[in-house]
Design a protein around this ligand. Structure first.
Ligand code: LLP
Length: 426
């Protein structure tokens, strides 16, 4: 569900006309809906309400402090993976006491930051990391709350680059070693064992891999509860969103007939296995919360007819949204003015000097002209956060819409920002 759709022939985010935003703030422009983000949060929280459940938003999906602040006010904790993300959560008014700290390569400085901030749990991914956390905590005279991340060796059936729970992926500790790792953790004097965590992958569009992983791991969780008194089980993130037909998915009626994974189905399938554990259950959704809550607006600069292709050349590039080229990710593309039905088969390409700089290839799209602005949909997750300055292209601005009001939550980067910190030498 989301709040993007045509009203009187022009695409709106909530009650805000996107053409007006593009004219006022320029393109490329990321636009997010506050209502969609908060609705998604509430919907998942209510679906899981039978459990003692803490939602820890995966900060990496969209780390703008205005977005984090909205979620913090709604009650979310955060899953963070770096000192930078802890800093953002603190600036956004998030509660570190509701945060989990994931990642395979936490440095000494990051561990110190997490301990000072009062992170709820360090989710350690190796025995070597446990040893360093213990050492740093000892030096600081505190006990570090830890969980271990299990690699459950379950096939998430998603894109290879976002599969994380198969042995052979760098994440977590394999089943064969996990009991020894807990035994070791229990002997380290400055650790306080709090839980078990897993995350099998991202953009999962059916409940089956989640069920398989949870059913496989529940007996281990029971064992760890008895042995070490753990208080939580985190089942990670990964709930997929609708990328195709995504405009239609703003309509409640669409969900009646689609077989897309809903929070209600996710909860209905998992709660029966999780409830008897009588533990706090942590979820780490990222994409689910913000993916369909954002669009990238971009202007068609030129049209070019090739021998085999018709190109629509736009002013956003792979440096702004890398998903199509990095993951073969599909994003629907629609005009801001509702189409009269005329279509063309086109490639939508950006200005970056790489053939991988495209948003769509051989796609039948509504006919648009030079000067028209189009919306690349479902760009709220892993969009801006993965942007770069490649080709010395400044970061786009970000807007958070609340009804009829549009807040600039990040200024467009200036040319001076582009070279900030650089120095010429003799
Ligand atoms: N928890 C952990 C430990 C994770 O590594 C991730 C994502 C999440 C939670 C959140 O997963 P989500 O609910 O968003 O699926 N850039 C890629 C996605 C990378 C996901 C990395 N880890 C993309 O654009 O598809």
């Amino acid at each position: 569900m989301h709040s993007f759709g045509y009203q009187n022939g022009s695409l709106h985010c909530e009650a805000t006309d996107l053409q007006a935003l593009a004219s006022e703030h320029g393109t490329p422009l990321f636009v997010y809906s506050k209502k969609t983000i908060l609705d998604n949060y509430q919907r998942l929280a209510s679906a899981m309400s039978e459990l003692d459940c803490q939602i820890c938003f995966a900060t990496k999906a969209n780390s703008n402090i205005a977005v984090l602040n909205q979620l913090a006010k709604a009650g979310a904790g955060f899953d963070v993976v770096s000192s930078g993300e802890i800093f953002r959560v603190e600036k956004a008014g998030g509660d570190p006491g509701k945060c989990t700290f994931a990642g395979v390569a936490k440095t000494r400085a990051e561990i110190e930051h997490g301990l000072k901030a009062g992170i709820y749990s360090f989710n350690a991914e190796s025995e070597a990391e446990l040893v360093l956390i213990d050492k740093v905590a000892g030096e600081m005279g505190v006990k570090a709350p830890v969980a271990l991340r299990l690699n459950p060796n379950v096939d998430a059936k998603t894109h290879a680059k976002i599969t994380t729970g198969k042995s052979g992926n760098k994440f977590g500790i394999d089943f064969d070693f996990i009991r020894d790792a807990y035994a070791r953790a229990s002997k380290l004097p400055n650790l306080n064992i709090r839980g078990l965590q897993m995350h099998i992958g991202s953009q999962l569009t059916t409940a089956a891999p989640f069920i398989e992983a949870v059913e496989k791991v529940v007996p281990l969780v029971e064992e760890l509860k008895a042995a070490y008194g753990i208080e939580f089980f985190s089942i990670g993130g990964g709930i997929g969103i609708v990328y195709e037909d995504s405009l239609a998915s703003g309509d409640p009626a669409w969900w009646e007939t689609s077989d897309a994974l809903t929070p209600e189905e996710y909860a209905a399938k998992l709660v029966p296995s999780l409830k008897p554990l009588a533990l706090k259950i942590i979820l780490e959704p990222g994409r689910y919360m913000v993916g369909n809550a954002g669009v990238l607006l971009t202007e068609v600069i030129y049209e070019k007819q090739g021998t085999t292709k018709l190109f629509k050349i736009v002013d956003a590039g792979m440096n702004d949204l890398i998903r199509p080229t990095l993951y073969e990710g599909h994003h629907d593309i629609v005009p801001l003015q509702e189409s009269d039905g005329e279509t063309e088969v086109v490639d939508v390409v950006g200005p970056v000097c790489e053939s991988g700089d495209y948003f769509a290839t051989n796609r039948e799209l509504a006919k648009v002209e030079e000067g028209d602005v189009i919306a690349v949909l479902s760009a709220g997750a892993y969009g801006f956060v993965m942007a770069s300055n490649y080709n010395s292209r400044p970061y786009p601005a970000e807007i958070l819409v609340d009804g009829e009001t549009a807040h600039v939550i990040r200024q467009r980067q200036s040319m001076d920002d582009l070279i900030a910190g650089e120095t010429i030498v003799e």
